[in-house]
Design a protein around this ligand. Structure first.
Ligand SMILES: NC(=O)c1ccc[n+]([C@@H]2O[C@H](COP(=O)([O-])OP(=O)(O)OC[C@H]3O[C@@H](n4cnc5c(N)ncnc54)[C@H](O)[C@@H]3O)[C@@H](O)[C@H]2O)c1
Length: 451
C-alpha cells in the first residue's frame, strides 16, 4: 500500500522553496538534451523554487533573471553558482525592467512568479516577444485583463501556460485516470478549494516570510508586501485555481464542456482584524484597517453539461490545511479527506454499504504514468513533487513547440472566477454569467491534459 506522501514543504500559496539546487543534467536517455533557455521574472520564494525545479530538467539553462529586489536576485545567483552554472544576466532596474528581459533573443520561455497585479502585463509582454509564458496562479485578477491574456495569445500565436501545480497531485491524477475509465460513473458534482490559514503569511515583521509581527504592505516581507492588500480591497475567491483547476480537468472544461454561471457568498470578515489585535495589540495602527475579504467565501459554478463545482476560499481563520476536493458520480464518490490522512472512496456494489474505504489501494492501481516514471525525481522538489511536473511539462511544451497542457483558455476560465465571484458577492450573490474565452471552440477541442 502506498501512502500519499506527506507535505514536506510549505503549502500552496505560501512561499515554497524546495531548497536544493541540483546540477542540471545535460543528458537524457544517454543523448544530449536539447537546450531550453528559460528566463525568470520574479525570483522571490516561489520563483526560486521554480529555478531549483528547472535545474533538475535535462537541457535547461537560465541566461537571464529579473526582480526589483536585488537580494532575491543575489539569492538566485547563488543557486546557479551552487549548480555549477554561469551567472545569469540580471535585470533589477525598476518595475518595467522585465520589458528588456523579454526582448532577449536567447530565451525560449519565461516563468513569471510576481505579485498578481503584474501577471497579465508580464505574460502579454512575453507572448508579444514570441516566447512561451509560464504564469503563476491566479493568471489574472480582473475580467478585462483576462481577455487581454487571451487576445495576446490569439494575436501572436504564442502560448501561455498556467503553472497550476495542484493538477499534478498524485491523488488527483489517479482520480483523473479513474474518471476517464468511468469508475465513478458519470461525474455530477465536484468540490475544491483553498483552505489554508494564511494569517502568518499575510502578516510578518518585514524580515522573514512567516509571522513574527502584524505588518504588511511596505513594512511586510514577501507575500505580506502585496497579497494582504487584496484582502483589504477585494471580497471574493481571491485564489481559485488550486481548488478549481484539478476539478475542471475532471469534467473537460474548455474541451467539450464549459463553465456557464456562478453564484458566490462571503461570511463577515473577522479573522484578520482579530489576528492583528491578538498579536500586535488593539492600539497597533493596523488594528484600524478594514478588511473587505470575507473569512470564508463559497462559490458554486454550474457547467453547461450539468455538473456543479463548489469552491471554497478560507484563508483568514485557524484551521488545518485542506484543498477540499470531492468528485461525485453516478457510481461512486472520492474525497480528499485532508493532507495528513489517506483520501477516501465509496464505489457502489464494491465498497461496504455506507462506509468510506481508504483510497490507498486505488492510488496504487490507478497511479498515473507521470508519477510512475518521474515520481522519484519529482519528490525532490517542492509541494511533494508537483512543482517538478508543472515545470517539466512547461519545458516539454517548449521542446515540442506544442500547445501547453494547461493553456491560455484554462488560465482564463479558472482565474476569472476570482473577479466574477467579487461581482456576485457585491450584487447580493446574484448569478453571474462566465464568459466563453474560447469563443465557441470548446465544443470541438479535445482533452490533452495528462493523457
Ligand atoms: N502554485 C503555488 O503553489 C504557489 C505557491 C506560492 C506562490 N505562488 C504564486 O507565485 C507568485 C509569487 O509568489 P511568492 O510567494 O514568490 O511572492 P514573493 O513576494 O516572495 O515574490 C514575488 C517577487 O516578485 C518581485 N517583483 C515584484 N514586482 C516586480 C516587478 N515589477 N518586476 C520584477 N519583479 C517583481 C518581488 O520583488 C518578489 O521578489 C504569486 O503569484 C503567488 O500566487 C504560487
Amino acid at each position: 500500500m502506498k501512502h500519499i506522501p506527506r507535505r514536506t514543504f510549505i503549502k500552496h500559496g505560501a512561499m515554497a522553496f524546495a531548497g536544493a539546487a541540483l546540477l542540471s543534467p545535460q543528458f537524457t536517455h544517454g543523448r544530449p538534451a536539447k537546450k531550453i533557455r528559460l528566463g525568470f521574472i520574479g525570483v522571490g520564494l516561489r520563483g526560486r523554487a521554480h529555478v531549483a525545479s528547472a535545474l533538475m530538467i535535462p537541457g535547461v539553462v537560465i541566461p537571464a533573471i529579473c526582480d526589483i529586489d536585488k537580494d532575491a536576485v543575489a539569492e538566485t545567483q547563488r543557486i546557479l553558482q551552487k549548480a555549477g552554472l554561469p551567472e545569469a544576466k540580471s535585470y533589477t532596474s525598476g518595475e518595467h525592467d522585465f520589458e528588456h528581459l523579454v526582448r532577449r533573443d536567447d530565451l525560449d520561455g519565461i516563468i513569471i512568479s510576481t505579485p498578481w497585479e503584474w501577471h497579465v502585463p508580464m505574460a502579454v509582454a512575453v507572448m508579444k516577444a514570441g516566447k512561451y509564458a509560464g504564469l503563476e496562479v491566479p493568471a489574472s485578477i480582473t475580467v478585462e485583463e483576462t481577455w487581454e491574456l487571451v487576445n495576446a495569445h490569439e494575436s501572436t500565436g504564442s502560448h501561455c501556460m498556467i503553472l497550476e501545480n495542484a493538477c499534478y497531485r498524485r491523488d488527483i491524477l489517479a482520480v483523473l485516470n479513474m474518471v476517464r475509465q468511468g469508475r465513478l460513473g458519470e461525474v455530477v458534482q465536484l468540490e475544491g478549494g483553498y483552505l489554508h490559514d494564511l494569517r502568518h503569511v499575510k502578516f510578518n515583521n518585514g524580515k522573514q516570510p512567516y509571522g513574527g509581527g502584524v505588518e504588511f504592505g511596505d513594512k511586510g516581507f514577501s507575500e505580506a508586501r502585496w497579497r494582504t492588500q487584496h484582502a483589504v480591497a477585494r471580497n471574493g475567491d481571491l485564489y481559485p485555481t488550486h481548488g478549481l483547476g484539478p476539478m475542471a480537468e475532471m469534467v473537460d472544461i474548455n474541451r467539450g464542456n464549459q463553465f456557464d454561471h456562478l453564484v458566490s457568498m462571503a461570511t463577515k470578515s473577522s479573522g484578520l482584524h482579530n489576528y492583528i489585535v491578538d498579536n500586535g495589540g488593539k492600539d497597533h495602527p493596523n488594528a484600524n484597517v478594514v478588511f473587505k475579504l470575507g473569512d470564508v467565501v463559497r462559490t458554486m459554478i454550474k457547467c453547461v453539461n450539468g455538473e456543479t463545482i463548489t469552491l471554497t476560499h478560507d484563508t483568514n481563520l485557524p484551521r488545518p490545511y485542506s484543498l477540499g476536493y470531492t468528485v461525485q458520480g453516478t457510481k461512486g464518490i472520492w474525497r480528499y479527506k485532508n493532507e495528513y490522512e489517506p483520501n477516501e472512496i465509496y464505489i457502489e456494489h464494491e465498497s461496504e454499504d455506507h462506509k468510506w474505504e481508504s483510497f490507498e489501494s486505488y492510488l496504487a492501481q490507478y497511479d498515473h504514468r507521470l508519477w510512475k516514471e518521474f515520481g522519484a525525481e519529482a519528490e525532490k522538489t517542492g509541494h511533494d513533487g508537483i512543482d517538478y511536473f508543472v515545470i517539466k511539462e512547461f519545458v516539454d511544451a517548449i521542446r515540442e513547440q506544442a500547445v501547453p497542457p494547461m493553456d491560455v483558455y484554462d488560465a482564463a476560465a479558472w482565474s476569472v472566477i476570482g473577479p466574477l465571484s467579487e461581482q456576485s458577492i457585491a450584487q447580493g450573490s446574484a448569478p453571474i454569467k462566465i464568459p466563453d474565452f474560447t469563443r465557441g471552440k470548446w465544443k470541438n477541442r479535445k482533452p490533452i491534459f495528462a493523457l
